[in-house]
Design a protein around this ligand. Structure first.
Ligand code: HEC
Length: 108
């Protein structure tokens, strides 16, 4: 019995390590909803803004991708909507949320 519970504890520990290392997609999905990003973006469909898969492909292999997108989300520059109108992009005040979202988007 003792061996069993030790093994179970080890397995649970290993699992939590893996989950912690991966992108926290549950937190990211929630933050995308809470911040209204889903109004204009989805993972695989172009809405008013590009899909996250498109953005991930655009930045694939670029070393400064994470920094660029973090700045983009922090500053909220003017962007062209898919319907041709111009708007200031939504900005995120919390850098930790921005980081989670950028990592999630780049992992698509
Ligand atoms: C009102 C619509 C709208 C909302 C809301 C919105 N976006 Fe965007 N987003 C856009 C558009 C349009 C673009 C395309 C900009 C371009 O290509 O110039 C864009 C581009 C982006 C890009 C790619 C930037 C690049 O350099 O390629 C990211 C990442 C992004 N948005 C993330 C988010 C996140 C995260 C949120 C929520 C905090 C969000 N967006 C909310 C419309 C929106």
């Amino acid at each position: 019995m003792k061996t069993f519970s030790l093994l179970a504890a080890a397995a649970m520990f290993a699992f939590s390590m893996t989950a912690g290392a991966a992108v926290d997609s549950e937190a990211a999905t929630k933050a995308l909803k809470d911040n209204g990003c889903t109004k204009c973006h989805s993972v695989d469909k172009t809405k008013k803004g590009p899909s996250y898969q498109k953005t991930a492909a655009k930045y694939k292999g670029k070393a400064d991708a994470e920094a660029k997108l973090a700045t983009f989300l922090a500053t909220g520059p003017k962007v062209k909507m898919d319907d041709g109108t111009e708007e200031e992009h939504k900005s995120l005040k919390d850098p930790a949320t921005a980081k989670t979202l950028v990592q999630f988007i780049l992992a698509q």
